[in-house]
Write a protein that binds this ligand. Structure first.
Ligand SMILES: [Zn+2]
Ligand SMILES: [Zn+2]
Length: 389
């Protein structure tokens, strides 16, 4: 049976049955939820939040940060988001929707431009954390959000709880990750291949610093260069600094016309260059570019650091196997040096206790009950049900 798009996603409960919400899918009012949505707010541009944005009708307003819009164009270019998305609005100030006012509050997450939201209501404020962590380069933003929510009449806190149920409780800062990476690099001292997630500029910055501190060139494949060019275009100083550094070079695959290239500015090098000078190179190699190893011809001392890029081993075991097979073929040792972009369990509980809302609504978690130790008013929601507060 062929896949019938929106219809099948609604039947399998992957999408809520909303009327006049999906492209080309009016939906009878009999079988839909009794609510009309005219505006959607996107906290950030990870695929579990914007991956189906191209199914939403053009008439519906889509608010997001300027960074999220650039990441969206990255996923469009990659072909992960297939259809055009229109009616995008940049959310850089409060937005009024009906009787509510929604405020964007910048927080720290492992992608730039992540937002929490404050929704003013007659009963007090609703705060939504978005996806949040407290050990990134700009963790101050996350702590400021907690302080602000605590002081501003928090009626409801809608919070993520991703890491409940995970086995480890620690989180590493970018500085700590850098130290770990340098400690292995110093022992191998050949070409360092690293694979962070392309939109995660803070992690790219970490490897850029490693290259500088170890006096090596910083070579990046085109998807990284595309993303940095886009961030630079909206005034990101880290992206600008990395791209304008004489140390940064962009890797271009031999002979293949590359769709990323025409939007990328920088100094290009090829496999022969990397092969020849490999002992002096830190290279960001995205997963799809792994076969470039054939032309780069890694020598003894080469090493690979997986640092949050694809394949995400927990949800993409097949590609994780493929990656390891490639590395084995070239006898390259594999290291996983990474720290997740979500708050650790103690931080989640601390945040809930600090903000101390009248009602706590856990979402984005496998074990919402875990918040019950931090609040007497946890309400666990069922899919497809409308609740009144
Ligand atoms: Zn996220
Ligand atoms: Zn998420």
């Amino acid at each position: 049976r062929s896949w019938k798009g929106i219809h099948d996603r609604i039947v399998t409960k992957e999408l809520p049955p909303l009327r006049n919400f999906y492209k080309g899918w009016p939906m009878s009012s009999k079988s839909s939820i009794d609510i009309d949505i005219k505006t959607v707010f996107f906290s950030h541009a990870h695929l579990d939040h914007i991956g189906l944005i191209d199914l939403i009708d053009d008439s519906i307003k889509k608010y997001m940060s300027n960074y999220s819009k650039e990441v969206l164009s990255f996923f469009r270019k990659k072909g992960i988001i297939k259809n055009n998305v229109s009616n995008i609005k940049i959310m850089d100030k409060p937005v009024k929707v009906g009787s509510f006012t929604v405020h964007p509050i910048p927080i720290d997450h492992d992608i730039p431009g992540a937002l929490a939201f404050q929704i003013e209501t007659s009963k007090g404020n609703i705060f939504y954390t978005g996806d949040i962590y407290f050990h990134g380069r700009t963790n101050k933003k996350s702590w400021n959000f907690v302080k602000y929510a605590k002081k501003n009449n928090p009626y409801i806190l809608i919070t993520e709880g991703t890491r409940f149920g995970w086995k480890f409780v620690t989180s590493l800062t970018e500085e700590q990750l850098k130290k770990q990476a340098i400690s292995v690099l110093e022992q191998y001292n050949g070409i360092l291949f690293a694979n962070p997630y392309e939109p995660h500029i803070d992690r790219i910055q970490t490897f850029f610093e490693i290259a500088n501190e170890k006096n090596k060139k910083f070579v990046i494949t085109l998807p990284y260069a595309f993303m940095l060019n886009r961030y630079s275009g909206i005034g990101d100083t880290f992206a600008k600094d990395i791209l304008s550094s004489p140390n940064t070079l962009i890797y271009k695959s031999e002979g293949m016309p590359n769709t990323w290239e025409n939007e990328t500015i920088g100094t290009f090098v090829d496999a022969a260059y990397v092969c020849k000078d490999q002992k002096n190179i830190v290279m960001l190699l995205d997963f799809m570019s792994t076969p470039e190893l054939i032309d780069i011809k890694p020598e003894k001392g080469a090493l690979y650091i997986h640092s949050g890029g694809e394949p995400l081993s927990s949800i993409d075991a097949e590609n994780a196997k493929i990656l390891l097979n490639w590395l084995k073929m070239f006898n390259i040792p594999y290291f996983n040096i990474h720290s997740p972009g979500h708050a650790a369990q103690p931080d989640l509980l601390h945040m809930a206790r600090e903000i101390n809302p009248e009602i706590l609504l856990p979402i984005h978690t496998q074990i919402p009950e875990r918040f019950e130790i931090a609040s007497d008013n946890v309400k666990i929601l069922d899919k497809g049900v409308i609740y009144n507060f």
